[in-house]
Structure formats: C-alpha cells, structure tokens
Design a protein around this ligand. Structure first.
Ligand code: XMP
Length: 317
C-alpha cells in the first residue's frame, strides 16, 4: 500500500544512490510540487541541493517575498533572483497566448542558465514534475497537438547538459500534498492552489504591462483573501482572476466610467485534467464583486466564469 512515509523513505534512498556526492540544482516556483521536490532532495543530499527562485514579475501580490521567507524557514539553500524587467521586456507588445508562453519560457531558461553558470560542479537538474504534467504534455489530444506549451517540462536539462531528477514523476497532486505534510512542510504551503508557470501573464488577455499586472494583483488578492475569509479556499482546486481586454461603461457617483472587467474563475478538480466550475455562494460572489469594484481603480465590472473543462480550460490562455 502507498503511504507518504514509505514513499519518502524509498525515494530518499534512491536519490542518494543516484546522486552520490554530486550537486543538484532545482528551480522553485513557489508552488507545492517544486517545494516538495526540494524538501525530498534536501533530506537526501542536504546542502548539495541548490535552489533558484526567480521573480518573473508575474506572481501574485506579495507572493515572492512571502514564499522566499517560507523557503528560508524550511532550511533550503535558495538564491532569489529578480528578473522582472527581463520578463516584461520580452512580453512587451505581445498578445498571442502561445507566443507569450514561449517568451516566458525563453527568458526563464536564459535567466536560469546565466545564474547556473555562477555555480560549479552541478550535475543534475531537479524538477517538480508530477504525473498529470507528464500526461498533459504528451496529451490526451494526441501527441502532435499542443494545447498549451508548459515551459516547466521543457528542454532545460538537455540544453544545460545536466541529468534530470524528477522524484514526484509518478505522483498525483493529493499524494504530493501528503508527502509534503509528512516532511513537515508548513500547512499554508501544502494547501496552496496550483498556479501556472507563466503566472498572471496568461490571466491578462492581450499584451502585458506592469500596470496591468498590478491591477490584476490587486483584484486577485481581494478574491483570494475573501475566499479564505469565507472558508472556501480549501474547497476549490484553484481560483484566480482574469483581466479581460474589454472596457465597459459604468457609473460611479455622478461620473460615467469606462473601465476594464475582470472574470473570477474557481474550479473543482482532482488533477486539473478535467474541472467543474465551483458553485460558490452568491453572498461570497457579491462581497468579492463590490470589494473589487470599490477598491481597485480601473475595474468597474466583475463576471463569474461558469465553464467546465473540457471544452473550456482552467486558464483562459
Ligand atoms: P489548463 O488551463 O490547461 O490548466 O486547463 C491545467 C492546469 O495546469 C496549469 N497550467 C500550467 N502550469 N505551467 C504550469 O506549471 C504552465 O505553463 C501552465 N499552464 C496551465 C493551470 O493553472 C491548471 O492548474
């Protein structure tokens, strides 16, 4: 029978045998998967694990600083890298979803490689790839059709001449979370919703500017904070706001407004491969809507996404 304790014991032993005295580099994303992978490796090889945590300027409000502190608390050896401007430059003027994803993937690799060159004797690149990532990149839609390019399962190791380590490759998300718990990971990290590698870039339809990112971060923070306040956070698989590339007319006091709209997305799922829109209480939706519209200048309309996957996807891009 599969238990987290047994999995950890076996995996730590396998990692020690495979890696020997070599050094491993891992890119932390702030998410559960890469964090659990890091903790497993840290248990197996200690300070021979080196971690990068890259700020791509597309994370949630305050997320980078908050997560960095958690990583330090967990004893991981983390280099925090501020690459916001590089990502914004690469994305400037680009509206096509696949091109945005590709640009983010490209800059990620550039930054990662550049920083990796400062380290010596790295032999392995570790990744927090889990089972659904493996299938989703081969694809249920047939291997020749790319629905969305995921840069985190891309060609980084080959390019850097490193061997790959993916200790979570056979696990589903719930198993990863149980392993995290067994390893003593803080509850707020274990319970975090999945968040896509390209971050808010694929939740801002159209081109990306730092100002749009800031606007969406504000709306998103209200949504997620309220979700916790109403005790709904742990009931949904994933939630986020999407900044729509439309303006609509509204009225604020005596003034006509002509501002942007955000969509709220929340889904129930077990692996992200299929998903049902969450039937969130109306009172909650009402509270979120008025808080966003009253507090985030530039947004005058909030809509709720009631699409299932398939045929929709969880993210809008
Ligand atoms: P979709 O939008 O394809 O998303 O229904 C399924 C799950 O995957 C996440 N997602 C990504 N995760 N890199 C990631 O690490 C990506 O490029 C990426 N694109 C989508 C999405 O948030 C959802 O959990």
């Amino acid at each position: 029978d599969w238990t987290p304790a047994h999995f950890i014991e076996q995996t730590v032993e396998e990692l020690q045998q495979k890696i020997g005295d070599d050094r491993v580099l891992l890119g932390l994303s702030g998410g559960v998967d890469s964090s659990v992978a890091a903790m497993l490796l840290h248990r197996a090889i200690g300070d021979r694990l080196f971690c990068f945590f890259i700020d791509n300027g597309l994370l949630r409000k305050g997320e980078f600083e908050e997560v960095e502190r958690s990583y330090e608390g967990m004893g991981l050896n983390v280099t925090a890298i501020d690459a916001k401007q590089e990502f914004y430059s690469a994305l400037a003027g680009e509206s096509d979803p696949e091109k945005k994803r590709k640009a983010i993937g490209r800059v990620f690799i550039e930054v990662f490689e550049r920083e990796a060159k400062k380290l010596t004797n790295i032999k392995y690149l570790a990744q927090g790839t889990i089972y659904p990532d493996v299938i989703e990149s081969v694809s249920v839609h047939g291997p020749s059709v790319t629905i969305k390019s995921h840069h985190n399962v891309g060609g980084l190791p080959e390019k850097m001449g490193l061997k790959i380590v993916e200790p979570l490759r056979n696990l589903f998300k719930d198993e990863v979370r149980r392993v995290g718990g067994e390893l003593g990971m803080p509850a707020h990290l274990i319970g975090r919703h999945p968040f896509p590698g390209p971050g808010l870039a694929i939740r801002i339809l159209g081109d990306i500017t730092p100002e749009k990112v800031r606007l969406l971060q504000e709306a998103d923070a209200i949504y997620i904070d309220k979700m916790r306040e109403y005790g709904l956070y742990d009931q949904v698989w994933q939630a986020g706001t999407i900044l729509l590339p439309v303006q609509s007319v509204g009225v604020m006091g005596d003034e006509r407004t002509y501002e942007q709209a955000v969509a709220l997305r929340a889904v129930t799922s077990t692996d992200g491969m299929t998903a049902e829109w969450s039937h969130l209480p109306y009172e909650f939706l009402a509270a979120v809507s008025s808080s966003i519209i009253n507090n985030v200048k530039g947004i005058n309309r909030v809509v709720y996404d009631i699409s299932t996957k398939p045929p929709a996807t969880i993210e809008w891009e």
